[in-house]
Design a protein around this ligand. Structure first.
Ligand code: URP
Ligand code: ZN
Ligand code: ZN
Ligand code: ZN
Length: 475
């Protein structure tokens, strides 16, 4: 046989094309594309189903070191298993720097957590929480070693940076050509609103959304854009939740400032009402930041996905179980919203939701779907063209889609979280088969991969084109 594996009769889609072909895979890479190619030791008939590049989740949180009693439900094994079962073949979670810690230590600690557990390939972003003089000095070396992106928080007491610190880091991002990611919410406004709500004894989960209205995201988004412009370094604004923040991004691009933007499933499928319409604690399940907005904002986010305002679509998977003393009930208790760990799971459901409600409902072309979920994350984070496309020489990371209607149910998911915020949502299609470097890691409901199979990816500089004003022409 000429190939290890041949996928016959694929309806392949990349960010730019769709084509019918057979895919010849050898040594984990795509070796040939064409109709009627030679035989493989193994053959799979795709029967005309869509075949897309494996998903790249450029924003997910796994096994981050956090103060007890809190603990993330997913480690590298359960997280990557769940990702693979949802058609994602590469993840880039975060190596978090604790205050006083060197970035080197943070990264090396995180390698230990991934070692022998990852079932799919992975890189690390850094989260920089303490940009001391030493840290500013060690950062360029880490970028050179393949950690070519880092996240900065404008909020969270133990993580937030001030504008001066952000500028120092953006200056390094500019000189080293790294991708700087920004969590844009105004910390002081949130703290002021939170105290006022607490004085009024409004502490149930739904008030989390009241403490972080769109205004606090809009202000911080505009400020992040200004800092990016001042430092001359493009940024990726992560988890953009709705219109007012999108308006800032569109404005920036019209000024000629290159700003990249990410959104996530929670801003398409959840609203503030999912945090509760009364004081019941169940809403803690959907506590995340920024919080989900309203139906109107969901429509703007869909529009931004289709018209180019958004660069990438990530899960922001942040796995805390609901009925757990390590999760949404810290120490076993229902706590005021301030103390509910932020974040919701979404690694496994990201692609099926966007495919079903975007592509199959006619809101997104299949090419745009691939661009948002795979090609652009690969380009933004220095993995393209090895990852993020179907091309000769690229890794054989592929999804064969199955257009069988089904319903999202947590019992069928492969993460270690005890709920999904998308329980009961219907899907028109889902990944049927996932291949990671030519190996089947998921087959119609069953995980087929193995812990330790995933490789660490040293990443290069971003290769996204500067954005002039896509996302603004049609407005
Ligand atoms: O609520 C969220 N999104 N938690 C995850 C951490 C972050 O800020 O992305
Ligand atoms: Zn964030
Ligand atoms: Zn996040
Ligand atoms: Zn199938």
């Amino acid at each position: 046989h000429t190939f290890d594996l041949v996928i016959r009769n694929a309806h392949a889609a990349t960010a730019s094309d769709t084509f019918k072909c057979d895919i010849g895979i050898q040594d984990g890479r795509i070796a040939q594309l064409g109709l009627g190619i030679a035989s493989g030791s193994k053959e799979i008939d795709a029967q005309g189903a869509w075949v897309t590049p494996g998903g790249i989740d450029g924003h997910c949180h796994l096994d981050e070191p956090i103060p007890p009693p809190l603990r993330m439900a997913d480690n590298f094994e359960t997280g990557t298993r769940s990702a693979a079962c949802g058609g994602t073949t590469t993840i880039i979670p975060f190596a978090v720097q604790r205050k006083g810690q060197s970035l080197r230590e943070a990264v090396s600690n995180y390698h230990d957590r991934a070692q022998d557990l990852a079932c799919i390939d992975y890189g690390f972003h850094m989260i920089i929480t303490d940009p001391s003089e030493q840290v500013l000095q060690e950062l360029p070396g880490l970028i050179d070693e393949g950690y070519t992106s880092f996240k900065m928080y404008m909020t969270y007491e133990d993580m937030k940076l001030n504008d001066h610190q952000i500028l120092d880091l953006l200056d390094i991002a500019r000189t080293k050509n790294a991708m700087a990611m920004v969590h844009a919410e105004n910390a002081d406004c949130i703290e002021w609103l939170t105290r006022r709500l607490e004085q009024q004894e409004r502490t149930s989960p739904r008030y989390h959304a009241h403490s972080r209205p769109m205004l606090v995201e809009r202000e911080a988004t505009h400020r992040a854009i200004s800092l990016s412009e001042l430092a001359g370094a493009p940024i990726m604004i992560v988890h953009v939740s709705g219109k007012e923040a999108m308006d800032q991004i569109r404005w920036a691009r019209n000024q000629g400032i290159t700003i990249y933007a990410e959104t996530c499933p929670q801003y398409l499928f959840l609203t503030e009402q999912d945090l509760g319409c009364d004081d019941r604690y169940e809403g803690a399940r959907c506590v995340c930041s920024p919080p989900p907005r309203d139906k109107n904002n969901q429509q703007f986010v869909w529009q931004g996905l289709s018209d180019g305002l958004f660069t990438i679509f990530s899960s922001d998977h942040a796995p805390f179980s609901y009925d757990s003393p390590e999760g949404k009930k810290p120490g076993g208790k229902q706590v005021p919203f301030r103390r509910i760990p932020n974040g919701i799971p979404g690694l496994e459901t990201r692609l099926a939701l966007l495919f079903s409600y975007g592509v199959l409902d006619g809101k997104l072309s299949i090419n745009r779907f691939v661009e948002l979920t795979s090609t652009n994350p690969a380009k933004a984070y220095g993995l393209h063209p090895r990852k993020g496309t179907i091309a000769i020489g690229a890794d054989a990371d592929l999804v064969i889609w199955s257009e069988d209607p089904q319903t999202i149910q947590n019992i069928n998911l492969h993460h270690a979280v005890d709920y999904t915020p998308y329980e009961g949502i219907g899907l028109r299609a889902a990944p049927g088969l996932t291949l990671s470097r030519g190996q089947i890691v998921y087959d119609h409901g069953t995980f087929k991969g193995a812990a330790g199979q995933g490789q660490f990816l040293r990443r290069t500089a971003p290769t996204l084109q500067p954005i002039h004003s896509p996302g603004s022409e049609n407005q």
